[in-house]
Design a protein around this ligand. Structure first.
Ligand code: 5RP
Length: 237
């Protein structure tokens, strides 16, 4: 038990230092996209400290949870419709492959996260070393779908060769901030994430997938429990 707690603690440190390193890229006057999840928590906390010290920025959040957190830390947040563009978005990931492609959506905020990342001039990913994989697919791909026609959408997802499972929370269907469901689709190793993303998104009823192309990634800050943070860059953009 003590061993498990130590491991978890080390992981938290790795997440925190990666998040803090990414925050160093934020400059006065920027509009910042706030990601979601436990690593993003440390990023928002650090931004809160900087705002307290006088940093003037605008932020837009990728989830209700992150928006609440930003408010808690007195960070100015705006609805996405109120910002002209995003200078920098910072977010966690569930898996990052050798080329810099991402699997996201563990927390179910994939649609808003992808909208912010895609709209952002710079997109920084913050992870601990355990998120690095050779190929994506160790975890299921989160897919946000409309409740209307969900059974049909699931049939089409199955036909792509995955084993889809509707995400539940406390026995009920998980409902995203957008009022949609999330289906976790277990594929074998994913050799071509861009192709798979396209194949899934052709299905009517699919709103978004948790596969994020390396093309929108600026760099990836990987924290390690020895206190080291390594910045990696996407390959062959
Ligand atoms: C939420 C996400 C998160 O960024 C991802 O799940 C990583 O979370 P954590 O930092 O807690 O490991 O995509 O939808």
């Amino acid at each position: 038990m003590v061993g498990t707690e130590t491991f978890k603690g080390a992981k938290m440190v790795a997440k925190k230092i990666a998040a803090e390193r990414a925050v160093e890229n934020i400059r006065e006057g920027m509009t910042v996209g706030l990601g979601s999840g436990s690593t993003a928590y440390y990023m928002i906390e650090r931004i809160g400290e900087k705002v307290k010290q006088g940093l003037k920025i605008k932020t837009v959040a990728s989830s209700v949870r992150s928006e609440d957190l930003a408010r808690k830390f007195n960070i100015p947040t705006f609805p996405v419709s109120a910002v002209g563009g995003i200078d920098i978005a910072i977010d966690g990931a569930d898996e990052v492959d050798e080329k810099g492609n991402l699997m996201k959506g563990g927390g179910g905020s994939l649609l808003r996260e992808k909208i912010l990342a895609f709209a952002s001039t710079l997109f920084f990913v913050i992870i601990d070393g355990s998120k690095l994989v050779d190929h994506l697919g160790r975890r299921p791909v989160p897919v946000e779908i409309t409740p209307f026609g969900a059974a049909l959408t699931l049939q089409h997802l199955r036909a792509l060769g995955c084993d889809p499972s509707i995400r539940k929370t406390e026995g009920n269907n998980f409902i995203s901030d957008n009022g949609n469901m999330v289906v976790d689709c277990k594929f074998q190793t994913i050799e071509d994430p861009a192709w798979l993303d396209m194949e899934i998104k052709i299905i009517p009823g699919v709103v978004e997938t948790g596969l994020f192309s390396k093309k929108i990634v600026t760099s990836i800050f990987v924290g390690y429990d020895n206190g080291e943070v390594i910045e990696r860059y996407p390959q062959g953009k």
